[in-house]
Design a protein around this ligand. Structure first.
Ligand code: NAD
Length: 257
């Protein structure tokens, strides 16, 4: 598989799933634009490391995905966008009647509205090139609900709906748009929750993972960032030319129930 000459823009890609996707697309030969809102030395070092490892061009562009103008500027500054992966996301957990309005707004902005802005700017570039891929990183929570995650579940269901709409608006133009719906993936974000859960449930690490974190994931195994990255590469391949407007679950059977 080679995406030589193609440029992939991946939002929120200096850690976790986004970084895993950057590795997979870089290994497949795509030039990369990676992003976070921090503009830290470590962000630039990640870009340099990816460029060295895969022999592709990698640029780091700072942009805050909670701000519409930043989202649009990210794509404009990238200059080219053949593959757009909308990955940036945050989480907050509380009952809806106690959910802080500011947290609701931030989750909807970063997890849903940012994809509207980036896609709106990227599609004309893709149409001009006659080829494009939009891959939205939704979640099992784009297809199923859990209590206390009202904003996240709403944003991810919305992202699945937007993916279908974009697919219809680009059908037959060499452009596809799909949503990947992972179950639990062992990213730094999830790893950080394990010690607290061990304390709260008085369980060892393995039991917490199996009985508490993965209780809705029948395989009782985490999905990996490599598996998500591999699925993005597949969606960008010619084999997926007619795969558009759909969801791909990587959730160990969660949504089969
Ligand atoms: P993570 O915290 O490791 O990565 C999130 C990324 O988003 C980071 O790179 C962060 O810098 C970026 N980000 C957050 N706010 C931003 C902002 N305002 N502007 C720009 N970038 C911002 O988490 P992750 O687990 O890798 O999550 C990545 C995506 O995958 C999210 O959309 C998340 O909802 C989704 N997801 C994760 C899991 C999981 O179990 N980890 C499961 C399903 C879906």
């Amino acid at each position: 598989m080679s995406f030589q000459g193609k440029t992939a823009v991946i939002t929120g890609s200096t850690s976790g799933i986004g970084l895993g996707i950057a590795h997979a697309l870089g290994a497949a030969g795509a030039n990369l634009v990676i992003n976070s809102f921090t503009d830290a030395d470590s962000d630039h070092e990640i870009a340099e490391g990816l460029a060295k490892q895969y022999g592709v061009t990698v640029r780091y562009i700072q942009a805050d995905m909670s701000k519409g103008d930043d989202c649009r500027a990210l794509i404009t500054k990238a200059g080219a966008c053949d593959i757009l992966v909308n990955n940036a996301g945050i989480q907050y957990v509380a009952p809806i009647d106690e959910f802080p309005a500011a947290k609701w707004d931030a989750i909807i902005a970063i997890n849903l509205t940012s994809s509207f802005h980036t896609t709106a700017v990227a599609l004309p570039m893709m149409r001009k090139a006659g080829w494009g891929r939009v891959v939205n990183i939704a979640s099992a929570h784009g297809l199923r609900a859990s209590p206390f995650k009202s904003a996240y579940v709403s944003a991810k269901h919305g992202l699945v709906g937007m993916s279908k709409t974009v697919a219809l608006e680009t059908a037959g133009q060499g452009i596809t748009c799909n949503a990947i719906c992972p179950g639990y993936v062992l990213t730094p974000l999830v790893e950080a929750q394990i010690p607290d859960q061990m304390k709260a449930h008085n369980m060892d690490r393995e039991t917490v993972i199996r009985e508490v974190m993965l209780d809705r994931q029948p395989s009782r195994q985490f999905a990996t960032v490599e598996q998500i990255g591999g699925t993005v590469v597949y969606l960008c391949s010619a084999a997926a030319d007619q795969v558009t407007g759909t969801t791909i679950s990587i959730d160990g059977g969660w949504t089969a129930m």
